[in-house]
Design a protein around this ligand. Structure first.
Ligand SMILES: [Zn+2]
Length: 196
């Protein structure tokens, strides 16, 4: 398996192909599926939002078998998600974990609304709001830029939680695993890395 640096460079190169309108994996899905029908050897695992405007394989111009993708509302990390990432890192030896947020995230907006005193969503959606709320509170619910700032804060909090995971911390310290946060721009398609 390659290094975290190589994996990140490969992902970002795919995003540049996507942004430039020159994807190399855009259409040949049947051949890609056939080529990847043996063992899987992905080089990255991505945690993103369910938002229909942010399909991760497409925006990184990735083919079948190259990345593992996990999507939850507001890219909330729960035990099922964490277990999935642990599987990919521990069993498949993937060196890179990326958490990708995006602007105008509906789940983050729900958390802001709830904290501003609106009705709390019922059911399991309340769980998503609860997991995003600390990021909103850190930014300040009355900040005029609370939406974009809370998205960033929520990404960075998720990155920090993953870096501190029992199974990942030593690998991160040794440089064998990188956990990075990034933002997707809905208008341009560009992915920008966030520095913690
Ligand atoms: Zn979202």
């Amino acid at each position: 398996m390659g290094s975290p640096r190589t994996a990140l460079a490969e992902l970002l190169a795919g995003n540049r192909r996507f942004v430039s309108g020159q994807p190399i994996h855009g259409h040949d899905v049947t051949a890609a599926a056939a080529a990847a029908s043996g063992d899987q050897q992905p080089y990255a695992v991505l945690l993103g939002c369910i938002d229909s405007r942010v399909p991760l394989e497409a925006i990184f111009d990735q083919t079948f078998g190259s990345i593992c993708v996990i999507r939850t509302g507001g890219h909330v990390l729960d035990r099922a998600v964490l277990g999935s990432i642990e599987y990919v890192v521990g069993e498949l030896g993937v060196p890179l974990v990326m958490v990708l947020g995006h602007e105008r995230c509906g789940a983050v907006a729900s958390a802001v609304e709830t904290l501003r005193g609106g009705r709390s969503p019922g059911g399991a959606l309340a769980h998503l709001v609860d997991r995003i709320a600390p990021a909103v509170t850190e930014v300040g619910v009355d900040d005029p830029a609370v939406h974009p700032l809370a998205v960033r804060r929520h990404v960075l909090r998720t990155v920090a939680a993953l870096r501190a995971d029992d199974l990942f911390a030593a690998q991160v310290a040794a440089g064998r695993l990188a956990v990075v946060g990034a933002l997707y721009d809905l208008a341009t398609g560009e992915v920008t890395l966030l520095e913690p």
